[in-house]
Design a protein around this ligand. Sequence first.
Ligand SMILES: [Zn+2]
Length: 126
Amino acid sequence: MIKICRYCGGKVICISTKAFYGRDYGAHVYKCTGCDAYVGTHKGTKNPLGTLANKELRELRKKAHEVFDPCWKDKHMQRKSAYRRLKEFMGTAREDTHIAMFDEDQCRRVIAGFKRFVLTGEGGST
Ligand SMILES: [Zn+2]
């Protein structure tokens, strides 16, 4: 549950994806009433996917996914292995190793160096 916005301190409300996107994805969205920050939830729950993100962070997370996802979607490795490599690269705890949890700097690190780390093993934090 998210109640207070980490950007502006405003009140955060939880609404259905239908109310937010105009389309029902069977999930919810935590949305700040004071700024444009939001984050979705896991399907069928009110459990947030990660931390609240403003526009800049949403863009960075999208770009980080564009670097990360092909590692397992193109079948170079299994999804689980890809997350293990990401954890090694970031030096984060397993439960915090999700792009939806990453902040701006962490996303920038993924974008800048994760692909090289997967290919060469260089640039990891361990
Ligand atoms: Zn806010």
